[in-house]
Design a protein around this ligand. Structure first.
Ligand SMILES: O=P(O)(O)O[C@@H]1C[C@H](O)[C@@H](CO)O1
Ligand SMILES: O=c1cc[nH]c(=O)[nH]1
Length: 296
């Protein structure tokens, strides 16, 4: 898998020269490596990596996908307690934890996994939850772009004591296809930018955290500002996801259900049944997309 294979555009080739010659590569947070698992036999046919934070949600998604398609669902293929990995045919379901530090580990190891597996044209999709900005609870937001806490479309890393900005990009073709499918499936959706916050409370200007040094007026002014810039939801992973996948030359999309409209409050209080129904919406959309793409 490389930038050239997946034809995203003019993406720098990411291969790490030190990785190429390594006789062993242990994917520490997955708990296996090239010497302990036949990675090509297990993952070589992968076409989609679906990801999101929670391990139990991703087990459930894998089981639902298996039930819907009739494809067998693997056992948890991860040998570490950090992440779970389920496989249903050519679709992997891997959780990424909360926030960009955790996601970046999962993405790096998934990209290395796909590299060792010699998988071709793999698409990465993040299916998640978020706080809606001016959208009704239950709306699925199909991200058109990701924005960081400084309100620019970059993913910021600190390397060797220096601030490094990375470009972000999400595939327009996937989001267009998903939009059409959402209409067909009558799933309420909006397209818009996604703000990637570094935490759930102050970073998202909640008034219900332990700390709060701003006013309710400051909060609403901020939400209004980002809404005017085109932001329709806030979560905690999009810039890293949109940047690392772009750098690696793989196509990617982010589809998150809004659990609440942040214009109306901060607390998330949803009945269990309603929560499950909301969780199903990005799953139904992504499943329909994958089935169409794979012809299954
Ligand atoms: O895994 P999801 O998409 O539900 O993650 C969102 C963003 C944060 O990681 C988490 C905060 O509750 O929800
Ligand atoms: O408000 C929300 C809901 C889910 N995830 C977030 O990061 N924020």
């Amino acid at each position: 898998m490389s930038a050239v294979d997946s034809q995203v555009g003019d993406v720098p080739k990411p291969i790490n020269k030190y990785m190429e010659d390594a006789s062993e590569d242990f994917l520490y947070h997955f708990g296996f490596g090239i010497k302990t698992l036949d990675i090509e036999a297990t993952f070589g046919d992968t076409k989609f990596i679906c990801t999101g934070g929670s391990p139990s949600r991703f087990k459930l998604y894998a089981e639902w996908f298996s039930k819907e398609t009739g494809l067998p669902c693997s056992e948890n293929l991860s040998r570490s307690d950090r992440f779970v990995i389920y496989k249903t045919g050519s679709v992997c379901w891997i959780n990424h934890g909360m926030g960009t530090p955790s996601l970046s580990i999962m993405l790096i190891e998934s990209l290395k996994l796909m590299h060792h597996a010699k998988a071709k044209d793999v698409k990465f999709i993040r299916l998640g939850t978020s706080g809606g900005i001016g959208v009704a609870p239950g709306t699925v937001v199909i991200s058109t772009a990701a924005m960081n806490g400084e309100l620019t479309d970059k993913y910021v890393q600190w390397i060797a004591g220096k601030r490094v900005e990375r470009d972000t990009y999400l595939d327009e073709g996937i989001s267009e296809d998903m939009g059409k499918l959402a209409v067909e499936l009558s799933i309420p959706f909006e397209k818009g930018m996604t703000l990637c916050a570094d935490d759930f409370y102050e970073g998202q200007m909640r008034l219900d955290g332990y700390f709060c040094e701003y006013t309710a007026e400051d909060k609403f002014a901020f939400l209004k500002l980002i809404h005017e810039k085109g932001v329709r939801n806030i979560e905690m992973e999009s810039t890293c996801f949109a940047s690392m996948t772009y750098r690696a030359g793989v196509k990617a999309a982010i589809v998150c259900v809004a659990l609440l409209n942040r214009m109306n409050g901060d607390q998330i209080k949803i009945e269990h049944e309603q929560y499950v129904e909301y969780e199903q919406r990005p799953f139904r959309l992504v499943t329909a997309y994958i089935r169409k793409q794979l012809g299954i």
